[in-house]
Design a protein around this ligand. Sequence first.
Ligand code: PLP
Length: 380
Amino acid sequence: MNVKDIQPFVPPLRTLLGPGPSDVHPRVLEAMSRPTIGHLDPSFVALMDEIKALLQYAFQTENQLTIPVSAPGSAGMESCFVNLVEPGDKVIVCINGVFGIRMKENVERAGGIAVTLEEPWGRAVNPENLERLLEQNRDAKIVAFVHAETSTGVLSDAEKICSTAKKFGCLTIMDTVTSLGGMPVKVDAWGADAVYSGTQKCLSCTPGLSPVTISAKAVDKIKNRKSKVQSWFLDFNLVMGYWGENAKRSYHHTAPINPLYGLHESLLILKEEGLENSWERHKKNHLLLKEGLESLGLKLIVPEEERIWQLNAVSVPEGVDEALVRKKLLEDYNLEIGAGLGDLAGKIWRIGLMGHSSNEKNVTYCLAALGNVLREMGAA
Ligand SMILES: *Cc1c(COP(=O)(O)O)cnc(C)c1O
């Protein structure tokens, strides 16, 4: 490559109906282009307080430690594991897709002992199986699970899982990267202890931040660890000095100023719409898409009562080249949908209707484009 030829990057205009990122709201992009200020500027500190309050609303929690980690959802995941899991801690990890596998990896890297509850891909975590496993592992300290598995489009019963974990004296780590903003997430009502999310799914912000909320009980465990958190950057004991209640705002790292303007705007949009209305919109558009897919002769792989609204896992019909369909959708329609991951690679498409992308116009557009491409390719 000759650097002399390089021009400013102008991205193509796509419609993002994959597993994330979703279309970013124009108000968010506009907010992010405002002038950068210092991260200890009093007006930035006021912005941090508003972001905390808006995140508490989104998570439905009064947890004081509710902050955006300055890195993507995977870092939010890692922050929960490195802070809560002490060397030798036994952790029950529920696995029903890709993100559960990553949780197990995180437990082991933090020096914990992972005991896995494996469920079939495309199905929810069964709380009765969890209860049985907890009976056999009375020394377990933590239960970790994914609320909305983006790799399969499956919802697990978070309330039941949290109450089961509590019965055995366990803390919970819950992944809400895909569920936050798109379906009910009730951190306090469910009693979840360490909950992380992402900004680029149902919040319609740009990728790169990870909202996290930690219960008082979990903060207690973190403050009383016998060993230091192995990650300096993600150590909540240090991060609390910057983001915490009555914190001195002592320098830890430079907060990503402009992305936080974007997050503030996206949470404000969520508040203006109202959480319940946002959930309802995601549900309505999911049902519209489902009807249309069925009339094209396509099937969703997840049983109806275990489906999430914001990610639809669709069976690829026999004899259809699934990658070619996605390529044509992108090239001819500027439309992005997702492929299957892991065991489901090549077998499903993942159609996301997340955040700003979840609207009736996109559903109609997606169905028309997919129908056209399948007909062109001679699919039945
Ligand atoms: C997208 C996603 C993640 C990872 O988030 P990144 O921002 O890509 O790091 C984690 N868990 C689930 C369920 C996700 O859908």
